[in-house]
Design a protein around this ligand. Structure first.
Ligand code: HEM
Length: 192
């Protein structure tokens, strides 16, 4: 038996799985089911705002200061990862930490460009006053919103691959840890 510690607090876990559901809902609804697309988008924005504050005042492993490492450390980590010799971290590893921040920034840019487009196109939402903008700006924001949503999707795929690789490398189930919040101290998930 190995000792388990709580790494992910309830806020991080609720944030993560609500984000997953909301992201799937916004991506699949697109411009077909507008009420679902916009409301799931608002939920994502709300989740991000809460998570950013929690990244400053939250529990140990939830803080940005715990998982945003210097570029040199990230580079060294990636080098070791390619040799399949990466060190195990209880919180986000250095590459994972950068990916978390990248996904958060891309999700922010996607939601903000979406809200801008909604204002221009439909005269709805917090930027409804932009309804008077020309067709040119509608097309520009349509492109921007689509670009960021597709880039986010690409990062999500890389994120999931990273989770699978890291889980395999350290013989642990990181997805289960994001559900239960707990990880084994020793790192050998076989006897968890
Ligand atoms: C079913 C698919 C997914 C699985 C299995 C999964 C799994 C995980 C795991 C295991 C972690 C913790 C990584 C670690 O141990 O360092 C994590 C973190 C994270 N994931 Fe996912 N993920 C999924 C989908 C997504 C999606 C769709 C998004 C974004 C739209 C996302 C965004 C994030 C973020 C932002 C974090 C950091 C959580 C935090 O620190 O608050 N994930 N994910």
């Amino acid at each position: 038996m190995s000792t388990e510690v709580r790494v992910w607090d309830p806020l991080v876990r609720i944030f993560h799985w609500t984000l997953v559901v909301s992201f799937i809902a916004t991506y699949l609804s697109g411009d077909e089911i507008e009420w679902l697309h916009t409301n799931a988008g608002y939920i994502i924005l709300g989740l991000l705002c809460i998570r950013i504050v929690w990244g400053i005042i939250g529990s140990q492993y939830a803080r940005f200061s715990d998982f945003v490492y210097s570029p040199a450390i990230v580079k060294a980590y990636l080098k070791d990862l390619f040799k399949l010799q990466a060190t195990r971290y209880l919180g986000h590893n250095p590459a994972g930490g950068y990916m978390v921040v990248t996904m958060m920034i891309l999700l922010l840019l996607t939601t903000l460009s979406g809200m801008t487009l909604y204002g221009i196109d439909e005269g709805e939402g917090p930027f409804s006053n932009l309804h008077t903008a020309s067709h040119f700006w509608e097309e520009v924001f349509e492109e921007i919103h689509e670009f960021f949503s597709n880039l986010t999707l690409l990062m999500v795929f890389i994120h999931i691959l990273g989770v699978m690789l890291s889980s395999a490398l350290h013989n642990e189930n990181l997805t289960r840890a994001m559900a239960s919040g707990k990880k084994s101290v020793s790192g050998n998930g076989g006897d968890e």
